[in-house]
Design a protein around this ligand. Structure first.
Ligand code: NZQ
Ligand code: ZN
Length: 387
């Protein structure tokens, strides 16, 4: 088997480094009428918003505040109404993955003439134009700053659904690592875990002898293993924070996923855990991934051994032992950065198993994984093993 055909294009401009927010002045047209989208106020408190406002200078702008973690359709639609009503023609998301994802949806929904919920049910495919948008990311985790995905929730109906469209590529992301210093430990750990699992979902499948993608993926995993704990310990150490941030961006910008099979079952099951129980995204992944790797150990055998040897430095000829240790080390890594990896530690009991399976069925997620062989029965075993 060899690397699959691919068509890779990532048009997002990345401006990275200290004191870069002022660059917004040359990235956004002078005559733009800008709606800044923010979350619950962290970017007000840490000074990012005021720097952004200064950079916008004399441009007409306003702020829409209140995008929640795990952004909702309802709140995003309030921003859409505001844009339509006041004729904004540029959207600037300033915040974490939730703000960025909401901004993508908003940019597409403003121009959408039908019922905007169709954007979600079509998984983003029905979007055929967006208003221009860019980002000032403040939380390294999702890769949303340089990819074409967004995840939107509707709490009343227990839906958390991924949407994707090439039009969801941001025009630019201005990443100043110092703007992430104010993150609480919990969010930094979530970000390390999320980025780690993004790499795993594109790497730990079956081999297509994609040497470049594999080595890049292993490099990112090693970087996260080394820099994650450092940046948690010393949040204001620029070097480790900058390395962590760039690893998180590269983990899900299309590069390592080009031409290789991808899994994404951990994410799909994880989204159901978030919408049902409110567990942070990165934590759901840390709970599920070790169980999934163990459940799929036959199908993923070759890659699990490669991962154990190249990423964790495991040696010896007992391949079953290498697989066991590679999975154990993965779990220990999540726990070492302060993430609990069992559902019961989040006060979730065995009744979750049926609930998650029911959600997966309702969302047609019945053939997950790189081979489409993670059926509802397999997902059930994965959740059971994660209790
Ligand atoms: O709301 P505010 O006040 O801004 O506070 C946020 C929020 O409470 C806070 N925060 C962000 N930057 C901060 C900060 N606090 C202090 N200092 C800063 N610099 O952090 C909290 C969590 O923010 P959120 O944006 O929700 O986190 P994250 O970036 O982890 O995003 C999670 C969302 O992204 C989706 C997830 O499903 C979830 O909905 N994902 C998006 C993906 C994509 N677009 O490609 C892929 C991912 O797999 C993921 O599914
Ligand atoms: Zn993720």
């Amino acid at each position: 088997m060899s690397v699959q055909n691919f068509d890779f294009c990532n048009p997002t401009r990345i401006v990275f480094g200290k004191e870069t927010i002022q660059r917004l002045n040359d990235l956004i047209p002078q005559d733009a009428k800008v709606l800044i989208i923010i979350g619950g106020g962290s970017v007000r408190k840490n000074g990012t918003l005021s720097e952004v406002e200064t950079a916008l200078g004399k441009r007409h702008f306003d702020v829409f505040e209140g995008i929640e973690a795990n952004p909702t359709f309802e709140t995003s639609m309030q921003a859409v109404e505001k844009i339509r009503h006041d004729n904004f023609n540029f959207v600037l998301g300033v915040g974490g993955g939730s703000v960025m994802d909401a901004t993508k949806f908003i940019a597409g929904a403003v121009k959408y003439s039908g019922d905007t919920w169709e954007i979600i049910t079509s998984k983003g495919k029905k979007v055929n134009q967006v208003i221009p948008f860019g980002f000032v990311p403040t939380l390294p985790a999702t890769g949303s700053e340089m990819n074409t995905n967004a995840v939107i929730s509707r709490k009343t109906t227990f839906d958390k659904i991924g949407i994707a469209n090439p039009l969801f590529s941001p025009l630019f992301s201005v990443i100043d690592p110092t703007k992430t210093y104010s993150l609480p430990e919990r969010q930094v750990a979530n970000g390390v875990a999320d980025a780690f699992v993004h790499v795993m979902e594109q790497y730990l499948t079956y081999s297509v002898h994609a040497a470049v993608q594999d080595r890049f993926a292993e490099g990112l995993l090693l970087t996260l293993i080394e820099e994650g704990p450092k940046t948690l310990k010393n949040p204001q150490d620029y070097e480790s924070r900058a390395n962590f941030i760039w690893a998180a961006t590269m983990a899900l910008n299309g590069l390592i996923g080009a031409g290789v099979p991808q899994d994404w079952a951990t994410h799909m099951i994880g989204h159901e855990l978030t919408i049902l129980y409110g567990i942070d995204h990165g934590r759901t992944l840390s709970i599920l991934l070790p169980s999934l790797l163990n459940e799929m150990r036959k199908e993923k055998r070759e890659k699990l051994i490669q991962y154990g040897r190249r990423v964790w430095g495991l040696q010896g000829s007992d391949e079953e032992k290498i697989i066991d240790e590679a999975i154990a080390k993965t779990r220990t890594f999540f726990e070492s950065i302060g993430i609990k990896t069992h559902l019961k530690e989040y006060d979730v009991d065995s009744s979750a198993v049926e609930k998650v399976v029911e959600q997966l069925k309702r969302h047609n997620l019945t053939a997950l994984g790189e081979n489409g062989d993670i059926t509802l029965e397999v997902s059930r075993r994965i959740v059971e093993a994660s209790l």
